[in-house]
Design a protein around this ligand. Structure first.
Ligand SMILES: *Cc1c(COP(=O)(O)O)cnc(C)c1O
Length: 382
């Protein structure tokens, strides 16, 4: 089976993990702070807080921005459910902004219209989570500008896009946002098995997120409510969680970071090759913006005709090709339908969903396998 995405693990990765296993610390040792430093330096950002998943990172990011009951969180429907669920964990209400039919990212003019209507009704969002779908950044300049007019905070869900750039700066630099979140699940760009990280330039948000990932506890006298009672003393300031990353996972991440740029150029080679081979196919190839460098987490094609998607998908699966569909619009899941959403709410995301197929895309995909994928796609389409 050729999967749609998968990790690449080298001998060096294995040695890095083994070294931790033979060391004094399996968790809360030096590997996590090292990993945070490497990611922060790579992105050109002041702080990075490593956690056990991107979902956890999204949750503590929302908490750090004081999202709570009575507040609204807006995100894209074309994403994994975690981008919306983090708001529900905080008791906030969720709304969805439809996508641009070319980029498949949150549509800036739809966002603008929705904000202007929400302002009149007094229900502006506290937090907006743009999702950099398939590895390509949203138009962060425009979204940031709207945040200043309408007063919302921005969390970039960059689970697909570590290594990508937008306007010359790395995604994760938080040049146009409060917090950026990356995922290190094995199908993503680099992996720690399970894991995620939140980056920010705001030291208060960083401090709060590092506390929230470890029960809301501080050992820093500066942040304590009363004087320290001794060297053993710590204080729980608010209700946090155990969302820590282990040193074993961080060591794998550190080792993978060394190959991040190489992975992304390999993904670009694969995408260029798909682009050429699919020239005469009745499909829409993923749009690449000129002032951006995508991390190319996914290679989603869109069929001309939604009635053929099921057949094409199933015949590719029968040929041993692990195609996938990204994404079932979040508002169409039963959990969100029960909150009042239904088909027709985000027509562009729904249309994309009806016709989308993600072709295999990962650094280890070789030309022979890629030829086979394209050959089978051709047969399924004819
Ligand atoms: C994978 C993913 C997540 C969740 O990541 P985990 O590390 O598995 O928690 C969130 N948002 C998007 C867009 C994702 O693709």
């Amino acid at each position: 089976m050729i999967p749609y995405g998968r990790q690449e693990i080298t001998e060096e990765d294995i040695c890095a993990v083994e070294e931790v296993l033979r060391s004094d610390f399996l968790t809360q040792g030096p590997a996590v702070p090292n990993f945070e430093k490497v990611v922060a330096e790579y992105c050109g950002v002041n702080h990075a807080i490593a956690v056990n998943s991107a979902t956890s990172a999204l949750h503590i990011a929302c908490m750090a921005l004081d999202l709570g009951p009575g507040d609204w969180l807006w995100t894209s429907p074309n994403t994994f459910v975690a981008s919306a669920n983090c708001g529900r964990y905080c008791g906030a209400s969720i709304d969805f902004v439809d996508i641009n039919p070319h980029t498949y990212n949150m549509c800036v003019s739809a966002l603008e219209r929705k904000l202007s209507a929400a302002e009149k009704e007094g229900r502006l969002p506290k937090v907006v989570i743009p999702v950099h779908f398939a590895g390509q950044s949203c138009d962060m300049v425009a979204i940031h500008k709207l945040s200043q007019t309408y007063g919302f905070s921005i969390i970039e869900d960059a689970s697909h896009s570590i290594g990508a750039t937008f306007n010359q700066s790395k995604v994760g630099s938080c040049a146009y946002s409060d917090i950026t979140v990356f995922s290190f699940h094995p199908v993503k760009i680099i992996t720690t098995a399970e894991g995620g990280i939140a980056t920010t330039n705001n030291s208060e948000l960083a401090e709060r997120m590092s506390r929230l990932r470890t029960h809301g506890i501080t050992r820093d006298q500066m942040h304590m409510r009363s004087a320290s009672e001794g060297l053993w003393y710590y204080e729980q300031l608010e209700l946090g969680y155990n969302y820590r990353m282990t040193d074993i996972h961080a060591a794998l991440g550190n080792s993978q970071m060394k190959r991040l740029d190489e992975y992304i150029s390999r993904r670009h080679e694969i995408a260029d090759r798909y682009d050429k081979m699919l020239t005469d196919f009745p499909v829409t190839k993923p749009y690449q913006s000129l002032n951006q460098y995508s991390a190319l987490h996914l290679y989603p094609i869109m069929l001309d005709d939604s009635t053929r998607r099921k057949f094409v998908f199933e015949s590719m699966r029968e040929s041993g090709i692990g195609v996938n569909v990204h994404y079932i619009p979040v508002h169409l899941h039963p959990y969100y339908r029960q909150l009042g959403f239904s088909r027709g709410y985000c027509p562009a995301a729904e249309d994309f969903y009806d016709r989308a197929i993600s072709l295999p895309m990962y650094p280890g995909l070789n030309p022979k396998q890629q030829d086979y994928v394209v050959q089978r796609l051709k047969e399924a389409l004819s």
